[in-house]
Design a protein around this ligand. Structure first.
Ligand code: ARG
Ligand code: ZN
Length: 859
């Protein structure tokens, strides 16, 4: 059953207040919900409540218990005919948290009880209008065994707590901010807290607590510091202050996603919040800072202003990802953060956009909303917000944001509300821009240069091509901001548009809003080299006709870090194509250019490292009739060739390795470690292992230890994986990284080796982090085994996905993503992958989640 945006109707009845009472018991938790409801003036005379896998004990309307014939109940809902306007509905249900392996609703993780309600988990707790446009205040009473659950938490402020008979106790929480059910949260367990205080701009003292299992108390400092940095930043950058006296974060081991922004009670996957240098890599530190900020920023972009319906998901997610990206840029190196985000978008979101599950930033329909927490809604959604900022400038963007929060505070809004605020603040008409929200696929922008030697005029001809597919005849050209500059031998040229007043700006945002357009510049007395789509100003594929020589010029001379990096990636991609031939040898001019980047001590080490990093498998595997194994082999050849050509430089970097007694995940240290570990990887590729072995043994931080292990595991005959696993036997998060590495490509490994990882005593099919570590890496990081010619890799992933789908549909449907790309593969791969999808499609017991992914992939 498909849900359509066009079918949106307001609810018949809304809830203004709810009293929730939880009597916690592992297998039989009783929930009493008392809802104060009001009928919408135009609403039908029927109360519709959602509910799933609930044991209904009793239901009352205005204090009177309803008999079986007085309401209607099916698998997913309960409805009560009612022609009154002000009613109280009381529902008593029972649930079984211990058996809940879907990790939606109330479930048990290790020794604690916790909830995940976004998007539609609340309906697994009680019958309720479980939709984001129903906003209520909540009072929550939690009762539990005192020894088992000394800590009892919910949203808002603690009103009351006390002791009860039978070793039980209770707490009562009240959240004064009306919220939809997806923001409800409850945690009960034996937890320890690290605490801090933040004083807001207006002087409110906010108590901050990070709740963890006692063993993890030494991993709390970084997230709490990151939280305080986020709170200050949102005040300064967006004028957003925190609005309660308490802010709690809880770390949970079993969690389907990264984290959840429940009002004043954020719940995090422990891998996205716990950190210390010995166990956490630089990249994980940065990810944690970004996610802590993301969830905190949701307090305004998501909670104070929420979404009318789930089609508007990018209203909160796109905007919040944009906000957290700006925050991370301010905390470290903006150029590095931008390149990392673009690399992710191009590798994974572009692939999604080109696959069978492509959808617009605002989808028009879905079967299971959990399948739409995607790179398109999040990352492309953030790019769309970034373009708005680019088009109207920082001042108008801030005014628009203020207006949006002001005008929609306490309501469930739409993307139109956001755009209306931006339009009003800037005076710009956004009607043509709106197509970014409704048109799926990655647009291409083709650019050709024309240079007239005699007149000195220079033209750029742009053409935008929208992805071709059925049913798209109503599509319109997009508004594409193209940030550009023109470079001469001496640097950036003043951008003189022919016929326009002369300007001395050297950078310009050109707005391409037609299918085709030509811009004329000049006159110049030398032929410029164009620097296009600077800072990746739009989420498009730029197809240009730049020569290798022009690209090398950009690598050496451009001031835009993104264009420098992108130019090197273009040359490396072309090089990998050439390396499909057995007689391949590295292009000497490319080798020279890379050597120069590596030697450029004035440049940021992180940018140098990224310029020498080969494009990811996900990026390589885009296009038509792809042979993943041939590309994998070609990439390996290029890697070996670069290692050989630049060996002296790599050895020098490794030999002169800098290490710090005081580890910091600062931009400076992170960049230096990236470059050093890149050099180490190339040196191990050459067969020289001693430096990596020494680094593995002596590293004082996980970044360096894991980097050494990774290089040795991939390229050396002997590797210290077993030592690593026994060294970290007590640390589940580190073991996950070991499992992920074991599941990725290594010469000579077989499916039996993958299977063996799942037999390790720390592996657990019910834990999404473990399952993702093994099967996620297998599907995306193990080209030779996953894409084995006989189809055995596809069969294996298919089997595992089916197995996981029995207990955890959300995680299963995400793991199935690598199986959906069959159309892009060369015929032999394609047929084998399609056969597995067809087998899955034939299973009668597929969850909604997996059914949607499988059936749409075969369409
Ligand atoms: N709103 C959360 C975030 O982006 C994501 C939660 C999604 N959960 C889910 N089960 N789909 O921070
Ligand atoms: Zn979010």
């Amino acid at each position: 059953s498909t849900i359509y945006l066009a079918d949106y109707r307001p609810p018949n009845f809304s809830v203004s207040h709810v009293e929730l009472d939880f009597d916690i018991h592992p297998t039989q938790t009783r929930v009493v919900s008392t809802m104060t409801m009001k009928r919408h003036p135009q609403g039908e005379a029927i109360i519709v409540l959602n509910g799933f896998e609930l044991t209904l004990i009793a239901i009352e309307l205005n204090g009177r218990e309803l008999l079986a014939g007085e309401y209607h109940r099916d698998e997913e809902s309960l409805s009560i005919p009612c022609d009154e306007f002000d009613v109280t509905v009381r529902v008593i249900t029972e649930i079984n948290p211990l058996d809940n392996k879907a990790l939606e609703g109330l479930y048990r993780s290790a020794s604690m009880f916790c909830t995940q309600c976004e998007a539609e988990g609340f309906r697994r707790i009680s019958y309720f209008p479980d939709r984001p446009d129903v906003l209520a205040t909540y009072r929550v009473r939690i009762e539990a065994d005192k020894a088992e659950c000394p800590v009892l938490l919910s949203n808002g402020n603690l009103e009351l707590s006390g002791e009860l008979d039978n070793q039980r106790h209770f707490s009562v929480w009240y959240d004064p901010f009306p919220k939809p059910s997806y923001l409800f949260a409850l945690v009960a367990g034996d937890l320890s807290a690290q605490s801090d205080v933040f004083v807001t701009a207006s002087g409110r003292e906010v108590a901050l607590h990070l709740y963890v299992e006692a063993k993890d108390l030494d991993k709390c400092d970084f997230a709490l510091e990151a939280l305080k940095r986020s709170m200050i930043w949102d005040e300064e950058k967006y004028g957003r202050e925190y609005d309660l006296d308490l802010f709690n974060i809880v770390a949970v081991d079993d969690f389907n996603m990264g984290a959840m922004e429940n009002k004043s009670l954020n719940i995090f996957n422990s891998s996205c919040v716990l950190a210390k240098p010995e166990t956490t890599t630089d990249q994980a530190f940065q990810r944690i800072e970004g996610i802590v900020a993301h969830e905190y920023f949701h307090n305004w972009s998501g909670n104070r202003v929420t979404c009318r319906d789930w089609f508007q998901l990018s209203l909160k997610e796109g905007f919040t990802v944009y906000r957290d990206a700006q925050f991370s840029a301010d905390m470290g190196s903006a150029a590095v953060k931008r390149i990392e985000d673009v690399a992710l978008l191009r590798a994974r979101q572009f692939a999604e956009d080109a696959g069978p599950l492509a959808h617009p930033v605002r989808p028009a329909s879905y079967i299971e909303i959990s399948n739409f927490y995607t790179l398109t809604v999040y990352e492309k959604g953030a790019e769309v917000v970034r373009m708005i900022n680019t088009l109207i400038g920082d001042d108008a963007f801030r005014k628009g944001s203020d207006l949006y929060f002001d005008r929609n505070d306490g309501t469930a809004a739409t993307i139109e509300d956001f755009i209306a605020a931006m339009a009003e603040a800037s005076g710009r008409d956004f009607s043509a821009f709106m197509s970014w929200y409704s048109q799926a696929g990655t647009p291409e922008v083709h650019v050709t240069e024309r240079w007239d030697e005699t007149s000195g005029f220079y033209e750029l001809a742009f053409e935008q091509r929208l992805p071709l597919a059925g049913g798209r005849e109503n599509w319109k050209p997009l508004v594409i901001p193209i940030r550009l500059s023109l470079l001469g031998e001496a640097g950036a040229l003043a951008i003189q548009q022919a016929g326009a007043e002369s300007a001395d700006n050297t950078e310009w945002v050109y707005e391409l809003d037609q299918y085709e357009a030509t811009v004329k510049f000049g006159p110049f007395n030398e032929r410029p080299v164009p620097s296009l789509l600077r800072d990746f100003s739009a989420p498009v594929k730029l197809v240009d006709t730049l020569t290798d020589e022009q690209l090398r010029f950009l690598i050496a001379r451009d001031t835009d870090a993104y264009v420098r990096w992108d130019s090197s990636q273009k040359l490396l991609l072309a090089e990998i194509e050439r390396a499909k031939s057995d007689s391949y040898s590295l292009c000497p001019k490319l080798s020279e250019a890379l050597a120069a980047v590596l030697a450029d001590d004035a440049a940021d080490p992180a940018l140098r490292a990224y310029s020498l990093s080969l494009p990811s498998e996900a990026l390589l595997q885009q296009g038509e009739s792809v042979d993943p194994v041939a590309l994998f082999t070609a990439k390996d050849r290029v890697k070996a060739a670069i290692a050989t050509e630049l060996q002296e430089q790599f050895r020098t970097i490794v030999a002169q390795r800098v290490s710090w007694d005081q580890y910091q995940p600062s931009a400076e240290q992170v960049g230096q470690r990236l470059l050093q570990n890149l050099a180490l990887d190339y040196v191990v590729k050459l067969g020289e292992c001693s430096a990596a072995e020494a680094q593995f043994a002596s590293a004082n931080n996980m970044t360096d230890q894991l980097a050494a292990l990774r290089s040795l595991f991939r390229y050396a005959d002997r590797h210290p994986m077993a030592e690593f696993i026994s060294q970290w036997a007590e640390d589940g998060l580190v073991l996950n990284t070991a499992f992920a590495l074991q599941a990725s490509a290594r010469d000579g490994a077989t499916l039996a080796d993958i299977q063996r990882i799942t037999e390790h005593q720390a592996f657990d099919f019910d834990n999404p982090n473990k399952v993702r570590a093994v099967f996620g890496s297998f599907g995306s990081d193990n080209t030779p085994l996953f894409h084995a010619k006989d189809g055995s890799g596809y069969e294996y992933l298919g089997d595992m996905v089916l197995k996981i789908d029995e207990s955890n549909p959300q995680t299963a449907s995400r793991l199935a993503a690598p199986l959906t790309r069959w159309r892009n593969l060369a015929p032999a791969y394609s047929a084998a992958m399609k056969a597995v999808l067809e087998r899955l499609a034939g299973c009668p017991t597929l969850s909604k989640d997996l059914y949607e992914v499988v059936s749409k992939s075969l369409l």
